[in-house]
Write a protein that binds this ligand. Structure first.
Ligand code: ADP
Ligand code: MG
Length: 696
């Protein structure tokens, strides 16, 4: 490319950068990176501060830091698992480096008196602070510290942090002589004291040495705010356009006589609550008009959303249309399959199954049955909405636990079954209640209904917090519960964010629990099991062939076993409020008084203490959601994974909620006065091909 000409960076393909051949380009495309502009908008999701040395004596659990230390002692111990412990000190205190994977050569490095510099997160260990698998470098001479914060980028298989850093270096160089289009006219953002787009990008990627470290770490730097504002405007406008566009299309009129739904109701052992009836009525009315329904049903865990969805499905099927029910995980999809089969098969309505893990031949059959319209109701995961799945006449698409799906899936779904101009009605269900201001941005395209009543007879779950060192008492409680005919969940949460380590921890827990409770039937379920295995285990727990189910957080969403009335959550201090609330919602579903034991490792950080006390005080998802935001507003860094509201690159609805009024204001003014800017803005943040927002 010519160095004199100013080019818009969205016109320079990423392959122009050094180190990007076809293979790398393909991997980058997986991250949505195709142009140099895309590289710049692939933003760090966090930073590490390696700009200064910390003293061991000043480290607290949960803090990350660089320390310079001397080896005191290195030993290999075999307790629960073989590990290498390296005792180090820096004159202000002692700390242990813990390695689960290590080799001879490493062992030899850690000779007494050797010096090293390491970087890691300090955790409370037995006796002293520890760092588990820190990054480290043996130190023979003094080395420089970093002079800026170290950015961390979302990566993908085959694209490492280091290569993303090299790419952003190059992209930032190009940014100096080229142009990134600023879609937000200056007059719209003036008065907010925010940097221009190019400076914001360069600060966020490579914070200058004099930048406010705290603000950067917390995502509150004006450069972050500038980008978060732009991203939120893009999402809001995207959803608004989606809605406008949807309204120009039509959905089938679903207005049957209603005998299927009545038969289903009559077969239930319970009556609908008033709230369920009210929401069902809203849904049924929506489907009677050709305007596509886009309705979000919020209802706390256990409020009975599934049956409302099933009754809506009954309407669609009776009117001769297909229904798709999508869940975010295999386990939850299986659960729905069981429920739907149990409800619909006696009425002569067959319920099909489609997930990503079907074998090729089964998948082909399933897809054909759907395409030919032989299958009236299909339950599955996102596999339901892959390109090769075509419905004959999809009339209603139900998405459960929507907070696991982002805008992108919502758009893909909306296109399904959209032959010519016909769209399916959509019913979206979520257990994550969302305060109104947030809903305006996260769900700008949806109508909302709330099931604000639990089925009668539910007793709030009693929650207690117990410190880790009282394991024996907790195990005794488990035994007691089982002896009285109850079933128990034991949830192993992650220390490391890896499914395989999580599974390992769960396997360890099974061994210990089975040893402690030899006569009890203990099962294990985690995300690495094959779907068939998971299903078999869930089924045996449901049919009470197991007393105790050890699980990873795979059971967080939607699992329904009413006889389970005790849940133990390990490392509860590490989980966010909404996740704890979701987990706890697995108990308290039957008539027995249920209990939840939050098993924590002390001492607690201030926010962990707050979270645990909120959990003890409240069972109300709306209250908990509001408190969750309050706490996070105070600067707790929780990713969107926890709230799952949307897959933002830089914005966080909790942290940035004070921007939301500005966001709607700027969004409206942009749409009004600069409609030609809207498409570029949306494309930049949401992406090209997944983007169904359409032109303006
Ligand atoms: P969620 O809203 O969390 O998805 P579910 O739909 O799984 O809740 O319902 C939780 C449990 O409550 C299920 O066992 C379901 O059969 C039962 N249930 C639903 N509605 C009622 C009701 N009106 N009365 C009694 N039990 C109900
Ligand atoms: Mg549910």
């Amino acid at each position: 490319m010519s160095s004199t000409k100013v080019t818009a960076l969205d016109h320079i393909p990423v392959t122009q950068l050094k180190g990007v051949g076809n293979a790398v380009a393909e991997k980058l495309a997986g991250l949505g990176i195709r142009t140099v502009q895309d590289v710049l908008f692939h933003l760090p999701f966090r930073y590490q501060d390696r700009t200064r040395l910390s003293k061991i004596g000043a480290l607290r659990p949960g803090m990350e830091g660089v320390i310079e230390v001397e080896v005191e002692l290195c030993e290999v111990v075999i307790r629960k698992r073989r590990s290498m412990l390296v005792r180090v000190s820096d004159g202000t205190g002692m700390l242990t480096l813990r390695f689960f994977h290590f080799n001879k050569q490493q062992q030899e490095q850690f000779k007494r008196g050797n010096k090293l510099r390491c970087f890691g997160e300090a955790r409370r260990g037995p006796g002293s602070l520890e760092m588990v698998h820190p990054e480290y470098r043996m130190q023979t001479q003094a080395a420089e510290l970093e002079d800026t914060l170290t950015p961390f980028y979302p990566t993908t298989e085959g694209v490492q942090q280091a290569s993303l850093r090299r790419l952003t270096d190059q992209a930032l160089m190009l940014l100096k002589s080229n142009r990134v289009t600023d879609w937000l006219p200056a007059e719209l953002i003036q008065g907010h004291q925010l940097p221009d787009l190019a400076s914001a990008l360069s600060i966020v990627h490579r914070p200058p040495p004099d930048a406010d470290v705290r603000a950067l770490m917390d995502g509150l730097h004006p450069a972050h705010r500038r980008l978060a504002l732009e991203e939120l405007v893009a999402h809001r406008l995207g959803l608004r356009l989606l809605r406008l566009r949807t309204q120009t299309r039509e959905s089938p009129i679903i207005s049957p006589e209603g005998k299927t739904a009545r038969a289903l109701l009559a077969s239930l052992e319970f009556d609908l609550t008033g709230a369920q009836r009210r929401v069902l009525k809203e849904v049924v009315l929506d489907m009677k008009t050709p305007e596509p329904m886009l309705r979000l049903v919020q209802g706390d865990v256990g409020s009975g959303k599934t049956i409302v969805a099933a009754l809506a499905a009954a309407q669609a099927v009776e009117a001769g249309y297909q229904v798709a029910m999508m869940a975010p995980t295999e386990i939850l999809a299986e659960q729905h399959l069981l429920n739907f089969a149990q409800w619909f098969e006696p009425l002569g309505i067959d319920v099909g199954w489609l997930t990503g893990k079907l074998r090729a031949a089964q998948r082909r059959d399933a897809i054909e049955a759907v395409a030919m319209g032989r299958q009236q109701i299909v339950v599955g995961t996102h596999a339901l909405f892959q390109n090769d799945v075509e419905f004959k006449n999809l009339g209603l698409a139900i998405i459960d636990e929507q907070h696991r799906f982002g805008v992108h899936q919502r758009m893909a779904l909306r296109n399904k079954g959209a032959h010519s101009n016909v769209l399916p009605h959509q019913l979206i269900m979520t257990a994550t209640p969302i305060p109104r201001t947030l809903a305006m941005t996260a769900y700008a395209d949806l109508d909302c209904s709330v099931i604000d009543e639990l089925p009668p007879g539910r007793k709030p779950v009693t929650t207690i917090a117990v410190e880790n060192n009282r394991r024996g008492e907790v195990v005794a409680k488990v035994d007691e519960a089982i002896a009285s005919g109850q079933q128990v969940y034991w949830v192993c949460t992650l220390i490391e964010e890896s499914e395989s380590l999580q599974a390992e921890a769960a396997e360890d827990a099974v061994t210990t629990l089975q040893d402690a409770l030899p006569s009890r039937r203990v099962g294990l379920v985690h995300g690495r099991l094959k779907p068939k295995e998971k299903e078999a285990i869930m089924q045996s727990f449901k049919s009470q062939e197991l007393d105790l189910l050890v699980a990873t957080t795979v059971i967080e969403v939607g699992v329904d076993v009413p006889n389970a009335s005790l849940m133990v959550i390990e490392n509860a201090e590490r989980l966010g409020l909404s996740q704890l609330h979701q987990l706890r919602g697995r108990v308290g579903r039957g008539s027995a008084q249920s209990h939840c034991i939050l098993f924590f490792q002390g001492p607690l950080s201030e926010t962990a203490r707050q979270r645990i006390s909120i959990m003890r005080e409240s069972n109300d998802g709306f209250v908990i959601a509001q408190k969750d935001l309050d706490i996070r507003g105070a600067g707790e860094v929780l990713g969107t994974r926890q709230t799952g509201l949307a897959e933002f690159r830089i914005a966080e609805l909790g942290r940035d909620s004070d921007l939301l009024d500005t966001v709607s204001d700027i969004g409206d003014r942009l749409l009004d006065a600069y409609p030609e800017n809207v498409h570029g803005l949306i494309r930049r943040w949401i992406g090209e091909e997944k983007n169904d927002y359409g032109g303006v």
